[in-house]
Design a protein around this ligand. Sequence first.
Ligand code: SIN
Ligand code: CO
Length: 385
Amino acid sequence: MSDSPFGDISVEEFLRDYWQKKPLLVRNAFPDFEAPVGADELAGLSLEEDVESRLVVQSPDGTDWQIQHGPFDDDTFANLPESHWTLLVQAVDHWVPEASEIIEQFRFIPNWRYDDLMVSFASQGGGVGPHYDNYDVFLIQTQGKRRWEVGGFFDQNSPRRPDTPVMIMTEWEPEHNWILEPGDMLYIPPQVGHNGIGASDDCMTYSVGFRAPSHAEIMRSFTDFIGEKLTSESRYTDPDLTLQDNPGEIRPEALQKVREIFTSYLQDDARLGEWLGKFVTDPKYPELDQRPEQPATVAEIREALKEGDLCFIRNEGSRFSYSAGQDGEIQLYADGNCFKVSGSSCALVTSLCQSPLIVINQGEWSDQQLQLLADLYNQGSLYTE
Ligand code: SIN
Ligand code: CO
């Protein structure tokens, strides 16, 4: 595997010319990739209560579309038609640790932009129909063949069928028509129209998906975060009020005062940074309790280290990011929580954010370092082998 998954195109060139701009087809991007989850395992995952899955079935002429949401049962699969259906399972990397390895090839995008690995299996003719997403996605063909029609930018106002439970865009002329074979990869930017159609009976696609918060989510989350910390005495004030001609007028001075309320919170870097770190590392499935049955203490970790090195692994469903603070301090954000560290713990934090596992050898570790590991372990963001 070369350093760049884009063949002759370097990662820098990809970011400059394609990322969020235009689609890119890469033949043989992952020639040796052996998919850790096959069709049977995928169907097995879709039977699980906590796993998010969908089954999309269409009539062969494309007039009728049906969607069902998991968890499914064995009958669901026994009663499927011969062709024109697809099963899609979200966050496969959360459930199958080996599946998360492919994500490491995409770490040139910041951790916090990553969403999940979705895996789909399609029969001949199966797919979710012509649509666009608001996310960047890398589609890796792992088995069988899929035809991809790609092109054009779309948005909320683009014409679509009103009578289908999945987005089926009408009035669409794709610019590209590509058949992907195992190992090939296709990058699709947000809002670019695409339609993947199973071109064999065993079509499997791994989708490495990225997310970008909407402005609505950013505004709501930030104002909630600030609002929760304020007392009712923090209020609009106007000791400089002067007589106005019409009491009904909202004067420009009032508008300016409200603007200053907003900007005072926005200009506080520490607060804005803390909100952003917590917001972007919130787990995808916060309702899943990942905490260990038995919490660990610093003394227990020290004791365990006497027996040998310890390997701490980031929970596959966990999000880790950090930001550099003032005076050499670092803020680690893990699953929506903030840990402020300094000194020798900073290197531990940057290592934890850089790679999915860290080996703690039998050397010298401070209480602060081991406390951080204990805290992350106890909140379920790290586990040990
Ligand atoms: C897929 O069917 O594997 C990809 C679905 C999509 O285009 O979003
Ligand atoms: Co899509």
